[in-house]
Design a protein around this ligand. Structure first.
Ligand code: ATP
Ligand code: MG
Length: 357
């Protein structure tokens, strides 16, 4: 089921939590609302669910205008961070609870609950009480319960936040598996960029009630439209370097030069921010072309990472994160000549933070 927001606005008193957003969530896809705390992710989810009324604008599920429908009429499944299972009910009764409200007969309820318990791989706990389950198992019950009434849309608000790191990784893969198996249109809220990158078809990156950029995860990573997006996505974080355009290079305050093709269309003297991914650096040797335009750097720290190696380099007075393959491993104190590759280098206007090259 396609979800469409049309000029949706939500205000709490003077606080504009959602600022005139128009957006489509595509049928059968998993879309993630991503952004820092307070950017409006939960508010947007609660507007879609109907828990909160919009201040203005329209919400459509397919062709149906649901703007003024109550949550129970929207045919949605909801899962929150604190999963709120009924402690006195068994696992299967929790899963089947929405069906009881729908007046489905008891034996059919139990059958359907079993189906969804199997989908979530918790059928062996069917007769247990929630208190006899781990956090991850309880969260699976909550997801099974949300799915049991066969909603057209699944809404998940930070469902993994209460789980430890390992379980969190497992559960996010589970959520993706279930979403793909059922094909249910899903909106998933998280502030964890890595989680968002790994499981989403689409990412909507928000800041202060506005969309900064939305698209495929790889699009946001490869082509961040402004400094905020560039900085929010990626681990290790992108290097952000203030410089001034001069000829075919960008020169920092302490006189370090970076040469990049991305600077070609930028006017001379313009103040800018270079966004450079750690993987966009390469080490040049004396006999390699481009050596003359390389930038001197010294290895400050080495972080082994299996297939590649992350370095902290000092370049002028700056500390820069650079990753190189493990073909050759440098040591602390090594002096290198580094250059920029074409991919992973972004040029932003210093004042607006918008991409200019
Ligand atoms: N009921 C409310 N009354 C007043 N202000 C609210 C209310 N709910 C949310 N807000 C405000 O709206 C903004 C967006 O809040 P929201 O809960 O949507 O953020 P979020 O992105 O989900 O953050 P988090 O990652 O911390 O959960 C915040 O500034 C918040 O203080
Ligand atoms: Mg929230």
């Amino acid at each position: 089921m396609n979800i469409k927001l049309e000029n949706v606005k939500k205000q709490f008193g003077d606080t504009v939590a959602i600022d005139d957003i128009s957006l489509e969530f595509h049928d059968g896809k998993l879309t993630t609302l991503l952004g820092p705390s307070g950017c409006g992710k939960s508010t947007m989810l609660n507007l879609i669910s109907g828990i909160l009324p919009v201040t203005s604008g329209k919400i459509y599920f397919g062709d149906r205008d649901v703007t003024s429908l109550s949550p129970d009429k929207r045919n949605i499944g909801l899962v929150f961070q604190n999963y709120a299972l009924y402690p006195h009910m068994k696992v299967w009764e929790n899963i089947a609870f929405p069906l009881e409200i729908k007046k489905v007969p008891k034996n059919e309820r139990k059958e359907r609950a079993y189906e969804f318990a199997k989908l979530l791989r918790i059928e062996e706990y069917f007769e247990r009480k929630p208190s006899q389950l781990s956090g991850g198992q309880q969260q699976r019950v909550a997801i099974a319960r949300a799915l049991a009434k066969e909603p057209e849309i699944l809404l998940l608000d930070e469902p993994l936040s209460n789980l430890d790191a390992r379980l969190r990784l497992e559960m996010r893969e589970e959520i993706r598996r279930i979403q793909l198996e059922t094909g249910i249109t899903t909106v998933f809220v998280t502030h964890d960029q890595e989680e968002a990158m790994s499981i989403s078809d689409h990412i909507v990156l928000m800041k202060k009630g506005e969309i900064q950029q939305h698209g495929l995860p790889q699009e946001l990573y490869d082509e961040p439209c402004n400094v905020f997006v560039a900085d929010f996505l990626g681990n290790p974080p992108i290097n952000l370097i203030t410089a001034v355009k001069s000829g075919n290079k960008a020169v920092t305050e302490d006189g370090v030069s970076f040469f990049s093709e991305g600077l070609n269309n930028v006017s001379d003297g313009r103040k800018l921010i270079l966004g450079i991914r750690s993987e966009a650096f390469e080490v040049l040797k004396k006999d390699e072309p481009g050596y003359i335009n390389s930038t001197p750097a010294e290895v400050k720290a080495v972080f082994m990472n299996g297939k590649d190696v992350l370095y902290s380099l000092s370049v002028g007075s700056m500390e820069i994160r650079a990753g190189f393959s493990n073909n050759e491993i440098y040591r602390q104190g090594d002096k290198l000549k580094i250059a920029l590759k074409k991919k992973g280098v972004h040029v932003y206007d210093f004042d607006t933070g918008e991409k200019i090259g």
